[in-house]
Design a protein around this ligand. Structure first.
Ligand SMILES: NC(=O)c1ccc[n+]([C@@H]2O[C@H](COP(=O)([O-])OP(=O)(O)OC[C@H]3O[C@@H](n4cnc5c(N)ncnc54)[C@H](OP(=O)(O)O)[C@@H]3O)[C@@H](O)[C@H]2O)c1
Length: 243
């Protein structure tokens, strides 16, 4: 077993986009980072890039909706690190933004990836997180899951407020609140992050924010003093976003 004293951070969907950048920034801060990717080669490529920049980076194949993949992930972490300090449930999809009407199949798949998977992955990793002296779970959510934003900003954001994506992120916000209460006795702190509107494959080139800035909210939540941690809240750049 290697690296038991170093902090271990696991980021799902980290072969590209904000997830890879979170891994890069945490890696440069001294974390051992485990990047998961559903495409093994894409994960390997991202890890080689980060190792080339001096990070202690590793990759595991994970389709986030696959129970066998989640079981393999737990075994890998147990064998190699014996604990987990930070879990970032980052992998997400917005497949309804393809210009076509949404439908129940798209909604079902979006809920599976964006909501059910973070729940299942966190549950599976609770035993390893419990072995950390400062365990944190950060769910990568969105302001598009805020009911307050839907009420007050509808005319600006209605084009992005698709049924599957927004309800999956609203559900993730509630999951965050539930986990922050139910995992407290195990010493696991949980919060949700909104990165901003960020230039990625999901966010598109129209987004105003660059990826390094978009990673900032999660990186701050992963590294801030434990006493300041905003348990159960949805945070953007240090500020709470209303539900
Ligand atoms: N960009 C924004 O403006 C924005 C705003 C608010 C919230 N967010 C949230 O931030 C997170 C990261 O988004 P991003 O902008 O970085 O998107 P991205 O560049 O499209 O990256 C998404 C990542 O999730 C992975 N993924 C998708 N489905 C998966 C599955 N079933 N199993 C495993 N991995 C899967 C993708 O893998 P593949 O490469 O294999 O597809 C990719 O690594 C998401 O949760 C998103 O909802 C983003």
């Amino acid at each position: 077993m290697e690296n038991v004293k170093k902090k271990i951070a696991l980021i799902t969907g980290a072969n590209k986009g904000i997830g890879k950048e979170i891994a890069r920034q945490l890696g440069k801060l001294g974390f051992t980072v485990v990047l998961t990717a559903r495409d093994k080669n894409a994960g390997q490529k991202a890890v080689e890039e980060l190792i080339g920049e001096g990070c202690d980076a590793h990759t595991v194949q994970l389709e986030v909706t696959s129970a066998p993949d989640i079981a393999n992930l737990v075994t890998y972490l147990e064998k190699n690190f014996g604990k987990l300090d930070v879990l970032v449930n980052n992998a997400g999809i917005a497949l309804e933004w393809d210009g076509n009407p949404t439908n129940p199949e798209k909604v079902r798949r979006t809920l599976e990836v964006n909501l059910v998977a973070p729940y299942a992955i966190t549950e599976a990793l609770v035993p390893l997180l419990s072995l950390s002296d400062d365990a944190r779970v950060i769910n990568h959510s969105s302001q598009l899951g805020s009911i307050d934003a839907a009420e007050k900003m509808w005319k600006y954001i209605s084009g992005f407020m698709t049924v599957g994506y927004s309800t999956s992120k609203a559900g993730l916000n509630m999951l965050t609140q539930i986990q922050s209460k139910s995992l407290e006795e195990k010493g696991i702190a949980v919060a949700a992050a909104h990165p901003g509107w960020v230039k990625t494959d999901l966010g598109s080139d129209a987004a105003p924010m660059e990826v390094p800035e978009g990673a900032g909210t999660v990186v701050t939540l992963a590294t801030m003093a434990r006493e300041q941690f905003p348990h159960g809240q949805l945070i953007h750049k240090g500020e709470r976003i209303p539900w």
